[in-house]
Design a protein around this ligand. Structure first.
Ligand SMILES: O=P(O)(O)OC[C@@H](O)[C@@H](O)c1c[nH]c2ccccc12
Length: 256
């Protein structure tokens, strides 16, 4: 079986080598994602993604009007908007993120494969307020360095894990926001059970998000009790009415 993650990372090294070194500015002022989670424990929160294509599916919605899509998410009351900026495998662009961040009043997540501080600086300067760090992409020391750099700039950091070993690393670096990806980045197989299997290992005082393969309220309900939010791309990109679709995913949570 071909390892997709290795392929993506090899390409990313080339992309980052060409990336100019920027001086970090201020993080865009918006009510933070974690603050939004704290305020709304009774409802599953949604991070809605702008995703034109993916290596597993190919084209999802190549001609999407990125701004209209993001606005429809904002209208639905999502807690954050994720914008894919990888050009090669996901047909994204940093300009997509810039456009969205300039025009919405919610946190924006720069979804990419971050391996270098330059990408984090570019994210903050483009209006992102959250960056993704994927444990499977990084040595623990580099993960810690990038995590500390991002938080020092005032960014929120979503640390993505796939299994118990990676979750232990996320806990060790003291990540507050942890995403469990239901998609195996090596094989691209998706199983929501991935999120559920790690529930016994969750720690108090951290916020857990279930990522990928959430297609409808049926899947949202399965993770709603043990996760504070879901990260959803494909289903919203393919729906004719993304506002209604994103609203329907914000199912009730029962908190005592
Ligand atoms: O389109 P889906 O199955 O709803 O998944 C969204 C999101 O979780 C997925 O795009 C994703 C999760 N982690 C990533 C890391 C890189 C690229 C993409 C991703």
């Amino acid at each position: 079986m071909e390892n997709f993650l290795e392929k993506i990372l090899a390409e990313k090294v080339l992309e980052v080598a060409q990336m100019p070194l920027e001086i970090p500015g201020q993080v865009r002022k918006v009510k933070g994602f974690i603050e939004r989670l704290r305020e709304n424990p009774q409802q599953l929160q949604v991070i809605a993604e702008v995703k034109r294509a993916s290596p597993s599916l190919g084209a999802i919605n190549l001609d999407v009007d990125v701004l209209a899509q993001a606005k429809s998410y904002e209208t639905a009351g999502v807690s954050a908007i994720s914008v894919l900026t990888d050009p090669v495998f996901f047909k994204g662009a940093i300009d997509d993120l810039r456009l969205v961040a300039k025009n919405v009043d919610v946190p924006v997540l720069n979804k990419d494969f971050i391996i270098d501080k330059k990408q984090i600086t570019r994210a903050v300067n483009s209006g992102a307020t959250i960056v993704l760090l994927i444990v499977a992409c990084l040595a623990e020391k580099d993960l810690q360095d990038l995590y500390d750099y991002a938080t020092s700039l005032g960014l929120e950091v979503l640390v993505e894990v796939h299994n118990a070993e990676e979750l232990a690393i996320a806990h060790r670096i003291n990540a507050e926001l942890i995403g469990v990806n239901n998609r195996n980045l090596k094989t691209f197989e998706v199983d929501i059970q991935n999120s559920l299997d790690l529930v016994p290992l969750q720690e108090k005082e951290r916020f857990y998000i279930s990522e990928s393969g959430i297609k409808s309220p049926v899947e949202a309900e399965k993770v709603a009790q043990d996760f504070r939010a879901v990260l959803v791309g494909e289903a919203l990109m393919k729906d004719g009415n993304p506002t209604i679709a994103a609203r329907n995913l914000q199912v009730k949570r029962h908190v005592d």
